[in-house]
Design a protein around this ligand. Sequence first.
Ligand SMILES: NC(=O)c1ccc[n+]([C@@H]2O[C@H](COP(=O)([O-])OP(=O)(O)OC[C@H]3O[C@@H](n4cnc5c(N)ncnc54)[C@H](OP(=O)(O)O)[C@@H]3O)[C@@H](O)[C@H]2O)c1
Length: 285
Amino acid sequence: MGIKGMTKVYGLFGDPVEHSLSPIMQNTAFQALGLDCVYLPFLVQSKDIGSAVQAVRALHLGGVNLTIPLKERVLPYLDEVEKEAEFIGAVNTIVNRNGRLCGYNTDAPGFLASLKAAGFNPSGKNTVILGAGGAARAVSFALAQGGAAGINILNRSVEKAEKLAQDLKAAYQVPTGVGDLSSDLAAALKGAELLVNATPVGMYPNHTSAPLLTRNQLHQRLLVCDLIYNPLQTRLLEEAEAANCRFLSGVGMLVWQGALAFQLWTGEKPPAALMEEAVLKALKR
Ligand SMILES: NC(=O)c1ccc[n+]([C@@H]2O[C@H](COP(=O)([O-])OP(=O)(O)OC[C@H]3O[C@@H](n4cnc5c(N)ncnc54)[C@H](OP(=O)(O)O)[C@@H]3O)[C@@H](O)[C@H]2O)c1
């Protein structure tokens, strides 16, 4: 389908955006449903976020996704921010409703949807998150919302984990723990059923560096989830496989956050399987 005068434009704002898989994923979805829409990458530096958001209004874009380093910085420029995104402190999707820009966070429900697709329900389960950055924030709020019995946040800088635990407790009645990424790991993993790596350790091009933990630290009741999707099989997931744990890559979260953004923009049921297929094809190229 060619671009015409009526074509609705969506996009991604971030820096960098060149390697993003979102254009492939969203354009596959638009085409599959025969929608007259197109999704483009826009390089937006942090200092330009205000004028870029204004451009969404001025250019009548249907909506945009936000990636590093804009997810937190965009909040003051929006007309409305949904409650969950406000709790998390990050917006990854803007919907333009007749010039009124509404911010959402689809990373958190996207993560929950990827767990569900893998047959894992966090309700009543003890969980461990490695990292306390943007992704860890979304995952921890998702787990709290999904009814986790406990959330242990382990980070290199413990103060940042403490801040996240405080924010979490202010929004949800969920028992939280904080600790150091290495010295508190063994205690945190005891009784846990989900381990999530929300650090970039193991991500391309540093995919051969040592994982944050090895097979002898894992037990078989754990689902080990790495939010990294490049490579698909990280060193951490290799350790999980060797320890006979179930494991999950970050592709599911990537696809579902995109699928939920698509749904917000179009009101249509997203073709998630096709979106995943497009992402996997691009990753294997
Ligand atoms: N699958 C998806 O859809 C999806 C979505 C979002 C993010 N992600 C992935 O999630 C990861 C984290 O992203 P983010 O946006 O949360 O990044 P971020 O905000 O920069 O946070 C990074 C976190 O990792 C920790 N960290 C960084 N380097 C480390 C190292 N060498 N050793 C130990 N800890 C280290 C940081 O600890 P300090 O606080 O001590 O610096 C921080 O807690 C990335 O790999 C990203 O690709 C995936």
